[in-house]
Design a protein around this ligand. Structure first.
Ligand code: GLY
Length: 325
């Protein structure tokens, strides 16, 4: 596999989607502009909801971007090797333009031909009833039927509360036996770390009113999401997202400030990972104009800073140190 940095992967993705006619747009702010119901931009499609619903985007009907996302719902799990509160979501979008055939073919082409992932380690999944997506994978891309998984609503129907949603087709990467749980039946969809979902093609064709009532959208859309940090962990063949080049640089700086080494003491590793994650979120929040306060998103920022500072003390770091990160 090619040796690629996160910066290279980010640019390769955007260039590839541009070659398919998608206009490159800037990431929106982490402060949602059109959604008062949530504190942060949580997904690549989030700032684009009005266009998935039919509004005209000034850049056209095919877009690509890398969206800054913040999800703090599982903040208490941060510190383990797989949770982040801040991540970059690579995405390509169609507003009533291309649909399943192109989205699936491009995701496969990018991963196997541009990035150079081994096709034998990739497994697509489709929504239970989505025979059309199944046939595209099977007949057009040439994936044998027994390598295509059908999953139900929990895994293969993408929705984020109210708003545009639809069945999806994910691509899993087999990271190898050493990451597996070893249990009989461990396969794609297992909760262990072996089969990692890296790309999600959402066929956005419904509007959920928030009460679970679905209406067909007038236009059929594509919303894709691929976490840059996850993709980088696969391409760079490292144990976790905290070992990819960008996070590793920060992680090493935390270790330097704490006069310690990573992977020597699990308790310290939790603090190292937590600080590494929280300083990224805090920096992006502040750069988008959020200040620490006692409520709302400012309170979340304050909480992140306090938690990071406390874990710095646990590592024995004296004085202000977050600014150095
Ligand atoms: N909106 C698709 C995803 O975030 O996976």
């Amino acid at each position: 596999m090619k040796q690629l940095t996160s910066a290279q992967l980010r640019e390769m993705f955007l260039k590839f989607m541009e070659s398919k006619g998608c206009a490159r747009i800037q990431s929106a702010s982490v402060i949602p502009e059109n959604d008062p119901t949530v504190l942060f931009t949580t997904a690549g499609m989030h700032p684009l909801v009005p266009y998935l619903m039919g509004a005209k985007h000034p850049a056209g009907t095919r877009l690509t971007d890398v969206q800054k996302c913040i999800r703090t719902g599982d903040i208490d799990d941060v510190g383990d090797p797989s949770h982040l509160t801040f991540f970059e979501m690579l995405g390509n979008f169609s507003f009533g333009d291309y649909f399943k055939h192109e989205a699936i073919a491009w995701s496969w082409e990018f991963l196997t031909e541009v990035v150079g992932l081994d096709p034998d380690r990739l497994y697509p999944s489709v929504y239970l009833e989505d025979d059309e997506a199944f046939d595209i994978w099977n007949k057009e891309i040439g994936i044998p039927a027994d390598r295509i998984y059908r999953f139900g609503k929990e895994d293969n129907f993408w929705e984020h509360g109210a708003g545009p949603c639809g069945p999806c087709s994910e691509i899993y990467y087999d990271r190898g036996e050493k990451y597996g749980c070893g249990k009989p039946g461990c396969t794609v969809g297992c909760d262990c770390d072996r089969y990692m979902e890296i790309w999600n093609n959402v066929f956005t064709q419904f509007d959920n009113d928030g009460e679970g009532h679905y209406t067909e959208l007038e236009q059929k859309n594509i919303d894709t999401g691929m976490g840059l940090e996850r993709l980088a962990s696969v391409v760079q063949d490292v144990d976790s997202i905290f070992d990819v080049d960008t996070l590793c640089a920060l992680r090493n700086k935390v270790c330097e400030l704490a006069h310690t080494e990573y992977k020597k003491d699990e308790e310290k590793d939790v603090s190292i990972r937590l600080i590494t994650d929280h300083i990224r979120s805090a920096t992006f929040m502040i750069s988008d104009g959020i200040m620490p306060t006692n409520e709302g998103r400012g309170y979340v920022l304050r909480r992140l800073i306090r938690r990071a500072a406390r874990h710095g003390r646990l590592l024995g770091i004296q004085g202000p140190f977050l600014v150095d990160l």
